[in-house]
Design a protein around this ligand. Structure first.
Ligand SMILES: C[S@@+](CC[C@H](N)C(=O)[O-])C[C@H]1O[C@@H](n2cnc3c(N)ncnc32)[C@H](O)[C@@H]1O
Length: 319
């Protein structure tokens, strides 16, 4: 399962060295993340002052090594502050960056934010007779894979032991939402590549598979919104940050130099209509923000990568 590789993959993409890279090449991304965290804290504190209420506890979903969030500021403002991610060593690295006196406030919770969707999909896929389906030819294999995506249970809300419902004055979802569905969908693609690589390229032409992927993305995204709503205490505030569109930037040299950028929606409206799906479940605090996040500069014949990121501050509807 792709989620099993997160701890290894994140070492390349997270941590202090990566932050230094962002400071050089994507400083605006760090500034915007800091600003979003500050605004979310201000929203929590504004209401807490009036209602004497939101708990000081905070939680960061998809915290990883907290490369982008101002962890120290958040740890000062939240007690306790719970970091949740599947990457336990990554969260450990985040903790090491904090001064000793703040470390005691921070709890690390290694958990799957989807409530086990990748494992459930693996079970669904594990009982399919892939070799027989390949022998049948045609689209049988894609139909079976679509079946798996349609049948797989997506817990809504995801049950995560150790997170108290309505227990957090601040809930941050930190650039993790699209990974929650993309990684299991990549597991499905891996199965396709293993048994019918020719069909992998044609999956976008198969309406049933396209619909199964689309509905799967939506179920996972909506379950994540339910999780945020469930964890938020009355009077609390949430920050949802997510990539929305990914870009492949043309390389500087070679045959594809100067071809411009290729865009792929990573959060299509069919998964989550931004911001309408938020407005249906939360009170939006101020207008959502958007900015560019540079992830890799184009170098030689290697393309670069970037994302459009969006962020919204939310309050529970019963605030
Ligand atoms: C783009 S990173 C976020 C970066 C992180 N907030 C930081 O500041 O370094 C996405 C995070 O989501 C985590 N993640 C992906 N799928 C997950 C899942 N199903 N459950 C828990 N965490 C997951 C990854 O381990 C990764 O740390």
């Amino acid at each position: 399962m792709r989620i099993e590789r997160l701890s290894v993959d994140n070492q390349r993409t997270q941590g202090p060295a990566r932050r230094a890279w962002y400071q050089r090449y994507s400083a605006k991304h760090l500034r915007e993340m800091e600003r979003a965290a500050r605004d979310a804290l201000a929203a929590r504190d504004a209401l807490a002052a009036r209602e004497d209420g939101a708990p000081q506890a905070g939680v960061i979903l998809g915290a990883g090594a907290c490369t982008e969030l101002p962890l120290e500021r958040l740890a000062r403002a939240c007690d306790p502050l719970t970091l949740v991610d599947l990457d336990a060593p990554g969260m450990g690295r985040a903790l090491e960056e904090l001064p000793d006196r703040l470390r005691a406030r921070v709890r690390l919770l290694a958990a799957d934010l989807t409530g086990g969707v990748s494992a459930a999909l693996r079970e669904e896929m594990g009982v399919q007779p892939w070799r027989d389906l390949r022998a049948l030819g045609g689209m049988a294999l894609l139909d079976a894979l679509a079946d798996c995506l349609e049948r797989v249970t997506v817990p809504d809300p995801p049950e995560i032991a150790g997170l108290e419902p309505r227990g957090f004055g601040l809930v941050i979802s930190s650039l993790t939402l699209t990974q929650l569905y993309s990684l299991p969908l990549l597991d499905a693609l891996d199965t396709l590549l293993a048994y019918a690589p020719d069909l992998a390229e044609r999956r976008d032409e198969h309406p049933r598979y396209v619909a199964a992927e689309r509905d799967f993305r939506r179920r996972v995204a909506m379950a994540h919104l339910t999780l945020i709503a469930r964890l938020l205490a009355p009077g609390g505030a949430a920050l949802l940050t997510t990539d929305k569109t990914g870009y492949l930037l043309s390389p500087r040299a070679g045959p594809h130099a100067g071809e411009g950028r290729e865009a792929l929606e990573t959060l299509p409206a069919s998964a989550l209509a931004w911001p309408d799906d938020l407005a249906a479940r939360f009170i939006l605090v101020g207008p959502p923000r958007a900015w560019a996040w540079m992830v890799a500069m184009p170098e030689g014949e290697t393309p670069g990568r970037a994302y459009d990121v969006v962020a919204a501050i939310l309050r529970p509807l019963d605030s």
